[in-house]
Design a protein around this ligand. Structure first.
Ligand code: SAM
Ligand code: SF4
Length: 457
């Protein structure tokens, strides 16, 4: 009987992508990967360490697998992967003895041998940073795995980080910045497109620091985007997450010239006060960021901007927080993520004696989030009355409805008759509600909005 494996992913999109690659690895090792945890022979928790509660959730989740048995009646093998695995290593097995193996993000290509060791009761822990590129050794995503994802896909092109922001564990859990070779990325993108994918989101902790190479020499993210844009059948390209200091002129040019590159940019600033940015080791000021936003908008006037914010970083005063609100007002975000500062063991800021109280963090977060959601509602409402090219992604939750995405990443709900999954259709937006837009195909004589039209493939 084929053994069954269940993978549960927490955290970022890179973890989602890693889970797909691990699924390919497990399938190659003879497992059927299932969405149903019940009766799984192998359970793999793909963890996130970016904020405190994420790690705690993993420990409570591990309790659920205490007496679990696989379909074969044998005891379920439980593995922990991801950034908690990397950060805590053997500690996980000490704290949760039910765990059979621990694997860090740079060792996924060794998954089959770790599972073998675990089934012999060895409790292996592999958190090494190998010299070789793990992607060269991981199984390619199978057509079935790609098809299960639908018409959009993630593709990791860069991993790790050399920036060492004072609050962040990523440089420790994911290691130094490494870029995948251009040809490997292009090959994987072609395979995705051959399997029906129409939109690819390039992933990296600092994706715009991408530095690959091809026969012609060094290739940055803009060059990679241009190579990918030449793939017939690929309609849309996105990338995330970017660091302000790695936003090159070449990339802005690509946003101006390359129709397949969507007008949506996730560009975290974290805070609006220069003294906090300095303490965070961000190496840019608020004015640098605002100048960059101006340049981005000059290249692509309809760019939808998104960001990340941390409130209550050690030493943040009321005035510092007001500076964050002022920066948000000046930029006008289409969407954004905001978090309370969470001290991460081993990071410089965690040892600061100037921690901000929970109550103050909560109050600031609530104020920031209400401003950000107001801005997001304004951005969404501004689309009402426009005709936008929408990539139809899947069936909607309601009978007779489909859901797609605008160029600006908003979910757009349309009638089933408006277009088939995988098609890009011109949708007349007639309403916005929460984060979503609602629309229909316009009358034949209606002219699509020009700016958005040029963003379509
Ligand atoms: N590389 C990206 C950048 O430079 O902005 C972000 C990567 S990080 C995985 C995603 C977001 O998590 C960060 O932008 C930050 O806002 C948030 N984050 C990271 N460490 C945090 C911490 N200790 N407490 C709260 N939020 C944190
Ligand atoms: Fe973390 Fe991003 Fe800073 Fe790197 S640049 S340390 S991933 S927040």
């Amino acid at each position: 009987m084929t053994k069954r494996a269940f993978i549960k992913s927490y955290g970022c999109q890179m973890n989602v992508y890693d889970a797909q690659r691990m699924a390919g690895q497990l399938e190659a090792a003879g497992y059927a990967v299932t969405d149903d945890a019940e009766g799984a022979d192998l359970v793999l928790l793909n963890t996130c360490h970016i904020r405190e509660k994420a790690a705690e959730k993993v420990y409570s989740e591990l309790g659920r697998w205490k007496d679990a048995r696989g379909a074969s009646g044998e005891r379920t093998i439980v593995g922990v992967a991801g950034c908690v695995a990397q950060a805590e290593g053997a500690e996980i097995i000490a704290r949760a003895p039910r765990v059979d193996f621990v694997v860090g993000p740079q060792a996924y290509h060794r998954l089959p041998s770790l599972i073998d060791g675990a089934s012999r009761g060895e409790k292996p822990v592999d958190t090494d940073f190998p010299a070789e590129d793990k992607f060269d050794h991981l199984a390619k995503p199978t057509r079935r795995a790609i098809a299960a994802r639908g018409v959009t896909a993630f593709l990791t092109v860069q991993e790790g980080c050399d920036k060492f922001c004072a609050f962040c564990v990523v440089p420790y859990t994911r290691g130094a910045e490494v870029s995948r070779p251009v040809d490997a990325v292009v090959d994987e993108a072609r395979a995705l497109v051959d399997a029906g994918v129409r939109e690819i989101t390039l992933l990296g902790q600092n994706v715009n620091a991408y530095h690959g190479a091809d026969a012609g020499g060094a290739v940055g993210l803009a060059g990679l985007v241009r190579r990918l844009a030449a793939i017939e059948g690929l309609a849309r390209i996105r990338y995330t997450t970017s660091h302000p200091n790695d936003m090159t002129v070449d990339l802005l040019d690509a946003h101006r010239d390359e129709e397949k590159l969507m007008p949506y940019l996730h560009l975290p600033v974290q805070a609006g006060a220069d003294r906090i940015l300095k303490a965070m080791n961000r190496k840019h000021t608020a004015a640098d960021y605002l100048r960059l936003i101006e340049a981005i908008r000059a290249a692509r006037p309809d760019m939808a901007l998104s960001g990340d914010f941390i409130v209550g970083f050690p030493g943040e005063t009321d005035a510092d927080f007001e500076a964050t609100l002022a920066l948000v007002r000046e930029v006008g975000y289409a969407s954004a993520y905001s978090f309370k500062y969470s001290p991460r063991p081993g990071t410089p800021a965690a040892g600061s004696t100037d921690q901000v109280s929970e109550a103050v963090k909560s109050e600031r977060l609530q104020r920031l989030q209400s401003l950000l959601s107001e801005q997001s509602a304004v951005f969404n409402r501004a689309q009402v009355g426009r005709t936008l090219p929408v990539l139809v992604e899947k069936a909607g939750r309601r009978e007779g409805q489909r859901v797609g995405r605008s160029p600006y990443l908003q979910p757009v709900h349309i009638p089933e008759s408006a277009g088939a999954v995988g098609e890009i259709v011109d949708v007349h937006v007639h309403a916005s509600e929460g984060n979503s837009l609602f629309g229909d195909v316009p009358r034949r004589d209606a002219q699509p909005d020009r700016a958005a039209r040029s963003a379509a493939a």
